[in-house]
Design a binder for this molecule. Structure first.
Ligand code: ACO
Length: 377
């Protein structure tokens, strides 16, 4: 439903500007997203995810020496200690992988003697620690659901290659790793989206970084936000065949269902990240001769066309990313955790920025309940 609010009320905070940020913006004229001023398209094409993490946290791309140092520190932080590994392995396999990730971050906070240290230097150490360790959590969790033991991280591999290594024991062709890395760059940051804003709300109370990230993971899990990349895959599986796409869509719209991976609060004429991700996805499809891949790609394109015809609504990043993760071999419930592996950079950059000029975030509500009345006798 389109947001309609009584005068003076902004349901969903639609259109409300609550603060300034120096981290990212959508440039309306060019429909382009920039991180610290750099167009995300150019970052995705020419820079690694580690360089983008550095950019978001430090405000500038690293020089070669800084990048070497950043990579060395990240690689050294990847392993999990035994307590964490054992505790996470005890969580029921029926729980969603996002619950495992949320619990892991909570555990990291409980184990960190410097949990309350809110200095920018301490925040950078904690942020790097999460960037390094969260892939280890996601990979171990995906493997245990297949009855497989965890694979330790390999400090000889780049951040993106190591994710595949820990999930499967091997690193795929560079084209596949590149596609994954592009998705990580594109997912890294998006201003005051729901999960980032959640992190800023928690931070504004002067709570700690781990609490803010735990809350942000909870916000990202929902299908109207990060959970949409997983939901896209379920939807494609439900439709099954390209010839069914238009009919399925008509029925779904008649039922007033939200079509996952379409629409965006900020972009009304198309998500600027989609063309880059779609190109990367097309390359993945082209290199596979598998008939099932061809079927899924045709269905993906047919639904996109039908949605544009019926509603004039464009896909968001979750639409190509969801199918791309499937083709890369990740389990569908791991898709939103993959989003976390990237967005941890944006969240933590915002947490630091919020603290730099903090104001408690505490909006007002217009009361619509019963007038004041006496308790019944
Ligand atoms: N499917 C069907 N209709 C849609 C969709 C959709 N995905 N998105 C928007 N619309 C329709 C609405 O029903 C509404 O139509 P109406 O005026 O006839 O009632 C109109 O477009 C405006 O939509 P709103 O819901 O008011 O837009 P809002 O800004 O609140 O919602 C949102 C944005 C939540 C992303 C929405 O588009 C949606 O639910 N999309 C599906 C979930 C999704 O893909 N989320 C991922 C977001 S991007 C990300 O997190 C990386």
């Amino acid at each position: 439903m389109t947001l309609t609010s009584p005068p003076g009320i902004h349901r969903g905070l639609a259109g409300v500007v609550v603060d300034t940020t120096e981290i990212s913006t959508v440039v309306e004229d060019t429909n382009s997203l920039t991180y610290r001023g750099y167009p995300v398209q150019e970052l995705a094409a020419h820079r690694s995810f580690e360089e983008v993490a550095h950019l978001l946290w430090y405000g500038e791309l690293p020089d070669p020496g800084q990048l070497r140092d950043f990579r060395a520190r990240e690689r050294a932080l990847r392993p999990l200690d035994r307590t964490t590994t054992e505790l996470l392995a005890r969580l029921p396999e029926t729980c969603h992988p996002m619950d495992v990730l949320r619990t892991a971050v909570s555990l990291f906070g409980a184990e960190d003697p410097a949990e309350e240290d809110a200095s920018p230097a301490a925040h950078r150490i904690k942020s790097l620690n999460l960037l390094a360790k969260l892939p280890t959590v996601v990979a171990a969790d995906q493997r245990r659901r297949h009855g497989l033991p965890p694979i330790p991280p390999d400090a000889g591999l780049g951040w993106a290659e190591n994710v595949f290594h820990m999930c499967t024991g091997s690193v795929p062709e560079p084209e596949v790793v590149r596609c994954f890395e592009i998705s990580m760059v594109l997912y890294a940051e998006h201003s005051f989206n729901a999960s980032t804003f959640t992190a800023r709300v928690v931070t504004s109370t002067l709570s700690d970084l781990y609490s803010a990230v735990t809350a942000a993971i909870g916000a990202l899990k929902g299908p109207l936000h990060g959970g949409a990349n997983e939901a896209v895959m379920h939807m494609l599986e439900e439709i099954g065949d390209p010839d069914r796409a238009a009919g399925w869509l008509d029925a779904a719209l008649a039922d007033r269902r939200k079509i996952m991976g379409f629409g965006h609060r900020v972009y009304r004429h198309g998500d600027s990240r989609v063309p880059i991700m779609q190109d990367a996805l097309d390359r993945l499809v082209a290199r596979s001769g598998d008939p099932d891949t061809v079927r899924l790609a045709a269905l993906h394109a047919a639904l996109r066309r039908a949605m544009l015809e019926r509603k004039g609504i464009h896909p968001n990043l979750d639409y190509p990313a969801g199918l791309a993760y499937h083709l890369m071999g990740f389990d569908t419930p791991a898709f939103t955790p993959l989003f976390v592996l990237s967005r941890i950079t944006g969240w933590t950059a915002h947490i630091t920025e919020q603290l730099a000029h903090n104001a408690l975030i505490r909006p007002l509500a217009s009361y619509a309940g019963p007038a004041q009345r006496p308790l019944p006798a």
